[in-house]
Design a binder for this molecule. Sequence first.
Ligand code: ADP
Ligand code: MG
Ligand code: ZN
Length: 552
Amino acid sequence: MTPLQALQKYFGYSEFRHSQEAIINTVLNNQDVMVLMPTGGGKSLCYQLPAVLLNGLTVVISPLIALMKDQVDSLNLSGIPAAYLNSSQSTEEQKDIAIQLQNNQLRLLYIAPERLFAPDNRMMAFLKTLNVVQFAIDEAHCISQWGHDFRPEYLMLAGLKKEFSGVPVIALTATADKLTQKDILEKLNLHKPSVFVSSFNRANITYRVVPRRKGLDQLMDFLEQRKDESGIIYCLSRKSTEALAADLKEEGYAVEAYHAGLNNEVKAQNQEAFLRDDVKIIVATIAFGMGINKSNVRYVVHMDLPKNIEGYYQETGRAGRDGLPSDAMLLYSPGDAIKLRGFAMVDNNAEQSAIMLKKLDDMVNYCQLHACRRQYLMNYFDEDFPDHCGSCDFCLSEFTKFDGTLIAQKALSAVARLKERFGNNYIVDFLRGSKSEKIWADHKALKTYGAGADISKADWQRYLRELTGQGFLQQADENGYPTLKLTPKSEAVLKGEQKVELIAHHITEEAEYETPAYEAELLNALRQRRHDFAVSENLAAYIILSDSTLQE
Ligand code: ADP
Ligand code: MG
Ligand code: ZN
């Protein structure tokens, strides 16, 4: 049977999606693979179909026990013998599955990593007696501390390639930036892996970032227009999920909360009710959603700033899996960034902190963007997206664009003159010809010094963000300090070969934010010396202490 025939016979689909076929052929060729495909893209098929065609057992490692049952049930319905092993089963059931395994009656076995590597190593020893022909590692980003959902148990998978050297491993994820991808490949010790990256663009989702003023009122307005629709609302803390769910209940919405602090029964109940549409809205921490296959989620709201783009994109990706128009709305207040910055910095591993801060910066830049949000997101995941998307708040807004080529050239050449070693503020001072002694002494001799004195500081800041959003500049981190660097797209602008359009900012209203007093104080400190937190450490500590209900 060819892969296509198997697709039609067992799965009832007429054709492959994305790069499914190429991925499947690679696995059938006994090679290791890493698959990056957006949520709902069809990753499961990439190992389920080989499992049907290969003569032996496919072991699927999956972090969520709750999801195994769904997957196994639907495989069995399609006539593919599959089972899972986890702690929810009785000894009898487990024995029964072991017997089926010994008799080569199963094509797929789903198992959680902690079970696979149980301390006595019995499971691994048992698997070695079987004819294992493929390992599939679902949600593979869980192995990376730099991903957004690190699970220490996943680190045990590092030994898999050694124990089963000839067996191909397929690692799958919907969420990994460059750094996380590299980490996954290294940690899993994949052998000459082929990496397949599908487009991450979710064209049916409209992305919006709204300045948070009175968050609850803004949310109510938003929900008012979506009374019968399903949605997920993410909050930072457990406490706020419960409070918000209660508020919404009072307004008559069918809503439940979800966070890692609830007992398993309640969690399962709330999740099921949501899947069945008995509950329309789930107010949750980021603990909710992984692997949830609900097609008609019409919106995802973030009441607080997410910690990084990976997590945010994964969460928004839960909207619109059916392909119908859906909304992602983020309520943004700069105070959130200060709080999260505090979280990132208490981490006692300096390298880890630096990475978390960089990712947070990218998230903040996204919120403050004056450019197409989709383009920024795609660029973040290293995907080219040359045009405006037409369906984010920026593209939908009535903005006036003008030929900003000259401004772009000034900015880019300032970055080049300063040898790509400085951050936004410094570059703006340089462009405006700041009389600040230090900058003046260092650079007054340079021709471009002060070449942008006619443009205000605030406008320059916006232009730099816009140029970053359009991919003409990029943020980098140099020893913990954010710097702006040129990109491959910069050269054409500098040479006058490419025009750049910018937005006329006098028409974009400055956002006013709701900022609690202590945050305002921090914010000020931060505005002055964005990345030197020494002055504010006490305050940061205060915020952390006062918000001890961490995420999940
Ligand atoms: P992911 O794990 O990437 O989030 P799934 O594997 O759960 O996505 O697949 C999402 C949905 O797409 C499922 O309902 C699946 O049956 C369906 N699907 C997968 N491949 C195809 C295909 N080639 N044609 C049509 N539907 C498909
Ligand atoms: Mg999946
Ligand atoms: Zn856009």
